[in-house]
Design a protein around this ligand. Structure first.
Ligand code: ADP
Length: 427
């Protein structure tokens, strides 16, 4: 072997990759130490043997045909390309290799050189990398599932919390409502308490005059025993009667007010003729009329029926008419006029009495209010408040026009639903 040949041999002998040469029959001609070691053979054990001894099935049996095919067709499958294949060690174990085969044409024959690179470590690393990757993936999956569970739990907790919050809000609202109701009834209670105490002081004041009149008239009556005293007796009997009427009026006012305050006034709507009702009230107030006073009653409702609570409307009219009588002098006429129009039932009560001072008019419907020009006339300051409350129950309203010494006109409006009622009836 020349120098170059020796150098080449040394290179081949010390190569890390295995180098095997075979002839066209697949018989091994040479094996370098790395290849022998790779396959677990001694070099001399493989030289002269068929190359397929180093291959696992199915290549083991087909290898001869591989070379034949190649030589016939020249179509490279592995020769000149290099591929990843499997090798088989002496002990039968199979391992991955990268095989690059090249054809070497010598003067007298053709040989094939195979360079074998052991891929075991690379494959192992790949496998462990894959394993690691799989593990990581499954871990990620596990964590994803865990995370989903946690999220679901959180969502559930959130839902529960939302539910609790809304329930709490509801309870809070109920509590607030209760508190408001309590506050309201407390205020009402206080108002009633105040009303009662004001009434007591008003009553003790207002009761005193008629009671002392009754007392003195009764004492005088005792004295007038003679027949010729009849006129005087009559005068005192009249005084007693009017004082009793006064007291009854005060008591009635208070009774109405306390019923209204307690919400005990029931509204019972019925169809009635206003002319009849006005005549009834006019009759009832006759006893209050002063000398020469007269009530002129004008009914413009043409006998049409109206829907109203009879008792409540009577009370309203009685209050307004008795005020008109009370606050106007002898001989003064009082007009009571009723009509039906778009707004409903309108009743106007007009007097030519003392009137109400303009500056005080804004207080007119306040409880216990009494105008400065009426203080010497018996009264409680409750009547108009009662009228206002009654009208609220009927969805009605009251207005007035007045001036001191110019008389007063009170106008009551009670809405009517004739159209609606008749259409209902038609249906
Ligand atoms: P009372 O007549 O018992 O005092 P009201 O509430 O009916 O109570 O009336 C309140 C006040 O309004 C009266 O005290 C009076 O000053 C004034 N008033 C009511 N009606 C008339 C009227 N027709 N003319 C003049 N003043 C009136």
């Amino acid at each position: 072997m020349d120098e170059a040949g020796k150098r080449l041999q040394a290179i081949i002998d010390t190569m890390i990759d295995g180098v095997i040469t075979i002839d066209t029959d697949g018989v091994i001609e040479s094996v370098n130490p790395a290849a022998a070691k790779l396959f677990g053979f001694m070099q001399e054990e493989v030289v002269g043997q068929k190359i397929n001894m180093l291959m696992p099935n199915p290549h083991k049996h087909k290898h001869d045909s591989y070379i034949e095919n190649y030589l016939k067709t020249r179509e490279p499958k592995i020769i000149g390309i290099g591929r990843e294949v499997e090798g088989m060690r002496k002990d039968g174990s199979v391992f991955p290799i990268r095989l690059a085969v090249s054809e070497v044409r010598l003067k007298d024959k053709t040989i094939f050189t195979g360079i074998i690179h052991d891929l075991s470590t690379v494959k192992e690393a790949e496998a462990s990398l894959k394993k690691l990757n799989d593990k990581l993936e499954s871990l990620v999956n596990e964590r994803t599932i865990e995370l989903e569970e946690v999220i679901n739990k959180l969502l559930k907790v959130n839902e529960q919390l939302e539910h609790e919050v809304s329930e709490r809000k509801h309870t809070q609202e109920i509590l607030l409502q209760r508190e408001e109701q309590l506050q309201e009834s407390l205020e009402k209670e206080m108002e009633l308490g105040e009303l009662k105490s004001r009434f007591v002081s008003m009553a003790s004041h207002e009761f005193r005059t008629p009671l002392s009149t009754i007392l003195s008239s009764a004492a005088l009556l005792k004295r007038y025993t003679q027949a010729e005293h009849q006129t005087r007796r009559d005068k005192h009997i009249d005084r007693i009667q009017s004082s009793v009427a006064n007291l009854t009026g005060i008591l009635n006012d208070f009774l109405s007010l306390s019923k209204l305050e307690e919400g005990k006034v029931e509204v019972l709507m019925e169809e009635l003729e206003i002319g009849e009702l006005c005549a009834e009230v006019t009759d009832e107030v006759q006893g209050l009329l002063k000398d020469g006073q007269q009530i002129f009653h004008e009914d413009r409702t043409e006998g049409k029926k109206i829907r109203v609570d009879r008792r409540i409307l009577k009370n309203i009219l009685f209050n307004l008419l008795s005020n008109a009588i009370k606050y106007s002098g002898e001989q003064k006429p009082i007009h009571c006029q009723a009509e039906l129009n778009e707004a409903g039932l309108i009743i106007m009560i007009k007097d030519q009495g003392i009137g109400i001072p303009e500056a005080e008019q804004k207080h007119l419907f306040s409880r216990f209010f009494r105008a400065s020009n009426s203080l010497n006339i018996q009264g409680t300051g409750l009547g108009l408040d009662i009228v206002r409350q009654y009208l609220t129950l009927l969805d009605g309203s009251i207005e007035f026009e007045s001036g001191e010494h110019l008389g007063s006109t009170f106008t009551v409006t009670i809405p009517q639903q004739h159209e609606k009622d008749s259409s209902n009836r038609r249906q």
